[in-house]
Design a protein around this ligand. Structure first.
Ligand code: C5P
Length: 394
């Protein structure tokens, strides 16, 4: 889909920075987006409907009570490909975090599933108030991207963190959520995915429930961001991955060999595969008769990522941890023990996550900026992990 077919809703909160969103609207239009402006009623004190209608070339409503026959809070929500709320005041952030629907904009946010970029601007005392901090955390945990306001002089005499970011920074962030960002051009991203199988005999194997969907999401996201992508795929479907170099493997040993070869060439390794921790000591060449199938002797597989990290030369390494209990503590020890830069831990008890399109868990990193994610798409997680890698690569 080209940008010109893409609909953006620009929500405007009641902050003095509303006038700066006129520039943002223009820059979005320059990029080919069709923009509908939805101001909150109080924001019209700063910039009136006439300005928004003239600049957007579209009618402007603030309430669900306008044009009721069009059911605009649903039709607009379904039509929108992306949402940007700029500026977002402390009150607007609080209302969205609580799931309120007291004007057209908050109705739209509730009714839409489109990616949402929130650009806060407010006095530093309000930005740093525990209530706002908690609300921002809630929004981020829902997968919304909330920008950090800039630091500097405010409207009054005060200075601090709360300034509306430069339009160019907002556009840069917007490109990330729309998938237009090309911040991995020239970078090699190596991904392992799927679940390894350890043969018992020609028919049977020890395997696991990994579907490879997260690896597909990672490979597609990295490709979109301009990277050279190599996927080492264990027993997963790779049909939809045109443009990605794929090495098919079956066992942990084959995956180890493939990664040993590719790892020195990469800038980022995302170790998403579920690797069997152990394999049968012996692989029978003939199918074992069922009367002899009473026990299987196992020996450990090498911890691939831990081995690779010993040879690392500046690569950013991200691992995954699927846990059924004590998730965070277990993942934090793995982060250190395996020499990773970051790890995504999810709770897979009761069959959750495997084979699904969504995930929930926590990103833990060496730099300490942990992110808790309530149900988000595997695509959204892929972009968050690549954001982390891109930042670390500088
Ligand atoms: O120890 P655990 O299996 O929970 O660790 C998960 C992480 O370690 C994943 O990133 C997985 O791909 C990687 N791993 C590995 N080699 C193994 C087992 C896990 O690289 N033998």
């Amino acid at each position: 889909m080209s940008a010109s077919n893409r609909e953006v809703v620009l929500g405007v909160g009641a902050g003095i920075a509303a006038y700066k969103s006129c520039e943002l609207l223009r820059r979005l239009q320059d990029r080919g987006y069709t923009v509908t402006v939805v101001p909150t009623p109080s924001s019209l004190n700063f910039v009136g409907s006439a300005t928004w209608e003239a600049l957007s070339g579209r009618p402007v409503s603030t309430e669900v009570w306008d044009n009721v026959h069009e059911v605009s809070h649903i039709s607009l929500a379904q039509k929108a490909d992306f949402f940007v709320i700029a500026p977002a005041t402390a009150d607007l952030i609080a209302r969205i975090a609580m799931g309120r629907a007291d004007d057209l904009l908050t109705n739209l946010v509730l009714a839409s599933e489109a990616p949402l970029l929130i650009v806060p601007a407010m006095h530093p005392a309000m930005w740093l108030d525990p209530a706002t901090i908690a609300n921002v955390q809630t929004l981020r945990s829902r997968g919304y991207v909330v920008m950090e306001p800039e630091t500097g002089r405010l409207t009054g005499r005060d200075s601090g963190q709360g300034r509306f970011p430069e339009t160019s920074s907002i556009i840069e962030k917007f490109d990330v959520i729309t998938g237009n960002v090309r911040d991995l051009v020239g970078k090699r991203v190596l991904i392992s995915g799927g679940g390894t199988r350890e043969a018992i005999d020609p028919v049977r194997f020890i395997g696991n429930r990994s579907s490879g969907k997260q690896a597909v999401a990672l490979a597609s996201a990295a490709l979109l961001r301009g990277a050279d992508v190599h996927l080492v795929a264990a027993n997963m479907s790779t049909e939809e991955l045109g443009g990605v170099t794929v090495t098919e493997v079956e066992s942990a040993q084959e995956m180890h060999q493939a990664l040993l070869h590719e790892f020195p060439l990469c800038d980022v390794l995302v170790m998403c595969a579920a690797v069997a921790d152990a394999k049968p000591t012996q692989r029978f060449t003939e199918k074992i008769k069922k009367t002899f199938l009473t026990s299987i002797n196992l020996e450990p597989n090498p911890d691939i990522v831990a081995e690779l990290s010993k040879t690392k030369q500046g690569q950013i390494m991200i691992g995954f941890a699927a846990e059924t209990s004590h998730h965070t503590e277990a993942a934090r020890s793995k982060l250190v023990a395996k020499g990773l830069d970051a790890i995504y831990v999810n709770d897979v008890s009761d069959g959750a996550i495997f084979g699904k399109d969504t995930t929930q868990g926590m990103i833990l990193s060496r730099t300490g900026a942990d992110i808790a994610l309530k149900e988000v798409s595997k695509d959204a997680l892929a972009h968050l992990l690549l954001d982390y890698a891109a930042r670390q690569l500088g």
